[in-house]
Design a protein. Structure first.
Length: 191
């Protein structure tokens, strides 16, 4: 008669394996994807024609597949993009080639001299790297945030991020809206 080989009960090993896997999944950190937190505007009403915007009110930024930037039809640099965007959005000298200026009354701010219809138009090539896309977005958003902080400091004595009253925050946002228009990526080509 042959001798039986002893067998190990594998039920408890499966339980232990499951617990170990669960422990490592719960305790390990998972890298999160980079992204842009921005609320998209509601869809346009197809029955309403959008208003015509004068060329002087549009700040054009193009990014090609080689991650080269074209700002206002001239070669641009990511290091100066924020400064150029701030100058465009504020038009401090009221220059005729920058956005039209108008006096607006904004509740909680009073009369403020602001650009009338300033828009940043951003267009990327399909081959643009995501890293460059994010860098450009960050610089444009930083320009808007700095202008908001400057106006908030001027009117309320603190940066916008330190404001606690919702009506003051909304007033600053109304005065300096996020006006970045992003076109569908296409093959823009090299520069």
């Amino acid at each position: 008669m042959s001798k039986k080989t002893p067998q190990i009960n594998s039920d408890s090993m499966a339980d232990i394996s499951f617990l170990l896997i669960s422990f490592f999944l719960l305790t390990s950190s998972i890298n999160t994807d980079l992204g842009i937190s921005r609320k998209l505007p509601p869809p346009l009403d197809p029955n309403v024609t959008p208003p015509e915007i004068k060329q002087r009110n549009i700040f054009t930024v193009l990014v090609n597949q080689n991650d080269k930037i074209l700002v206002e039809n001239k070669p641009g640099d990511i290091r100066t993009l924020k400064t150029e965007a701030k100058r465009f959005l504020s038009n401090p000298e009221n220059l005729p080639d920058l956005p039209e200026m108008e006096m607006k009354f904004i509740p909680n701010l009073g009369d403020v001299y602001l650009p009338k219809n300033a828009v940043i138009s951003l267009k990327n090539d399909r081959g643009t790297s995501y890293e460059t896309y994010l860098l450009v977005q960050n610089e444009l958003t930083a320009a808007i945030n700095e202008l908001r902080d400057e106006l908030s400091t001027q009117k309320f004595g603190v940066k916008m991020s330190l404001l606690t009253k919702e009506d003051q925050i909304n007033a600053i946002k109304a005065a300096i809206p996020v006006s970045i228009s992003e076109a569908e990526p296409e093959n823009v080509g090299g520069q």
